[in-house]
Design a protein around this ligand. Structure first.
Ligand SMILES: [Zn+2]
Length: 150
């Protein structure tokens, strides 16, 4: 079951942070951009894509922990990890999906068609540990100059 209240909040956040995402994705093009989206105020904490690739990203655990430590020490609120798809839609790749399954929070993807926030949702089922499924919590459209490959 989707959560309309969460969807509304995430849509608002994506609209606020969209210019920061677009700016970072364009600066990083043609490589995939990767970073942490935060609130209070909204912004992007850029991470280095250690794969230096147009179709993949990787960031070491140490760099991620440094980013989260910095953000929380400056009263900012980490909201989601994000990366860009310079030539593809905002739908998760098979690799993205495996990563999203391991994360408790939101994963945001800036594709050529939209910016979308994804979450792996575990729903209770009879007797077993629950059934997981991919949920698109919210998405916002892009204006003509906001795709990652302008
Ligand atoms: Zn991806």
């Amino acid at each position: 079951m989707s959560d309309p209240e969460l969807g509304g909040l995430v849509t608002e956040f994506l609209l606020d942070v969209r210019p920061h995402i677009v700016d970072h994705s364009l600066r990083t093009y043609p490589q995939e951009a990767v970073g942490v989206l935060y609130d209070n105020p909204v912004g992007v904490y850029p991470l280095i894509n250690q794969k230096r690739s147009a179709t993949e990203f990787w960031v070491s655990k140490v760099l991620v922990e440094d980013a989260l430590t910095y953000l929380t020490s400056t009263e900012r609120i980490p909201v989601a990890f994000y990366h860009s798809h310079p030539t593809k839609t905002a739908d998760p790749s098979p690799t993205d999906l495996e990563l999203i399954k391991t994360m408790s929070g939101l994963s945001v993807i800036h594709g050529v068609d939209r910016i979308a926030a994804w979450m792996w949702s575990i729903e209770p089922s009879n007797g077993d540990g629950g059934v997981g499924r991919l949920v698109e919590v919210a998405s916002v459209p892009l204006k003509p100059l906001e795709t990652p490959n302008v």
